[in-house]
Design a protein around this ligand. Structure first.
Ligand SMILES: C[S@@+](CC[C@H](N)C(=O)[O-])C[C@H]1O[C@@H](n2cnc3c(N)ncnc32)[C@H](O)[C@@H]1O
Length: 276
C-alpha cells in the first residue's frame, strides 16, 4: 500500500500531523493497526501497515462511503460525475432520501465537497442540515480510485471506539483522534462539558479506560487530544506526552490567526532523538 491523500474534507483532519506520526512509528515493529475515530483518515492514508487494518467511526454515512469507495468505486464515480457544482444542485442533493448504499455514498461525498466547510452535521431527526458553502475542492476520480486500492483488505466498521476492545492483541497499534472537548479558539481554553457535536468529559474518561486496557494487553497507542489541563490530568499516565503546535486560521467575520496546541500521548518507546 502506498501513500494516498484523503478523499474527504474533515473537521479536525490530521493531515498536518502525518510526518510526526511517521517519525514516531519509524522504528516500531507493530502488528495490526486500529483507527477507531476515522473521520477523513489522514493518518491511515499516509502510512503503510504490516498486517490487518481496522478502521471505524460512529458515523454510519461516513463508513458507508468508505465501504462503497473500497468495493464499488466505478459506479460511484459514474453517478457523481452527473452532479453539477451549484447552490441549486446542492440543495437538491441535500434533500434526497435514498436507501441505496452507492447513492448514499455519492450524496455524502458530493455534500462533503460542497457544504459549508465540509462539515457533517445532522438535526434532531437525523437530517443533514449544513448550508451550501464555497467550493474549495472538486471531487477527483483519481483520489477515489487511489483510496479504493489503499482500502482493499481493510476492515471497516461503524461502531463505538471501544467496540473492538477485546480483539486488541500484544504488539497491535491503536491511533486515536477523538473529537474536541474544548474550545478551539487560540486563546480560548474553556472545557466544554457537553455539546452534541463534541466529545463529553464522560467520553474522555471512557477513552482513558480504553487506553489502560490497550496498555494492559501489551499493545501500543497514540492519542491526540486538546492541550487542556483537564485532558492532561486524565491522560498523563507517565508515558510520553508531547505538545504539538500548528498554525490555525479560524475563519468567519472575526477571523484570527494563531497557534493551536494539541497534546500527543503515547507509550511508544523513545529511541534516540525524538523527531516529533
Ligand atoms: C477529529 S475526527 C477524526 C479526524 C481524523 N483523524 C482525520 O484525519 O480526518 C473524530 C471522529 O470521531 C468520530 N466519533 C465521535 N464519537 C465517536 C465514538 N464514540 N466512537 C467512534 N467514533 C466517534 C466522529 O464521527 C469523527 O469522525
Amino acid at each position: 500500500m502506498s501513500k494516498v491523500t484523503p478523499f474527504l474534507r474533515w473537521a479536525g483532519g490530521k493531515a498536518w500531523l502525518t510526518n510526526s506520526v511517521r517519525n514516531l512509528i519509524e522504528n516500531l515493529e507493530f502488528k495490526n493497526y486500529y483507527e477507531p475515530f476515522l473521520g477523513g483518515g489522514a493518518i491511515f492514508f499516509s502510512l503503510n501497515f504490516p498486517k490487518t487494518v481496522y478502521l471505524s467511526d460512529i458515523n454510519e454515512e461516513l463508513i458507508n462511503a468508505y465501504t462503497v469507495v473500497r468495493d464499488n468505486p466505478e459506479p460511484l464515480i459514474e453517478i457523481i460525475q452527473g452532479y453539477a457544482y451549484s447552490e441549486e444542485e446542492y440543495y437538491r442533493v441535500r434533500a434526497l432520501e435514498t436507501v441505496d448504499n452507492i447513492e448514499r455514498a455519492v450524496r455524502f461525498i458530493y455534500l462533503n465537497h460542497t457544504s459549508y466547510n465540509g462539515l457533517y452535521r445532522v438535526n434532531r431527526s437525523g437530517k443533514y442540515n449544513v448550508p451550501y458553502g464555497r467550493i474549495t475542492s472538486v471531487y477527483d476520480p483519481q483520489l477515489i480510485l487511489a483510496a479504493s486500492s489503499k482500502l482493499q483488505k481493510v476492515r471497516l466498521n461503524c461502531e463505538d471506539f471501544a467496540a473492538r476492545k477485546s480483539k486488541i492483541r500484544p504488539g497491535d497499534l491503536v491511533f486515536m483522534d477523538p473529537p474536541y472537548s474544548v474550545s478551539r479558539k487560540p486563546n480560548g481554553n474553556g472545557f466544554i462539558a457537553y455539546n452534541q457535536d463534541l466529545f463529553s468529559l464522560t467520553e474522555q474518561y471512557r477513552l482513558k479506560e480504553y487506553i489502560d486496557h490497550i496498555k494492559r494487553k501489551g499493545a501500543y497507542y497514540i492519542l491526540t487530544n486538546s492541550a487542556h489541563e483537564t485532558i492532561r490530568e486524565i491522560f498523563d499516565n507517565g508515558d510520553r506526552m508531547i505538545t504539538l503546535q500548528r498554525n490555525s486560521v479560524i475563519g468567519g467575520k472575526n477571523s484570527v490567526r494563531g497557534k493551536i496546541s494539541e497534546y500527543l500521548f503515547t507509550n511508544i518507546p523513545e529511541i534516540g532523538d525524538d523527531h516529533v
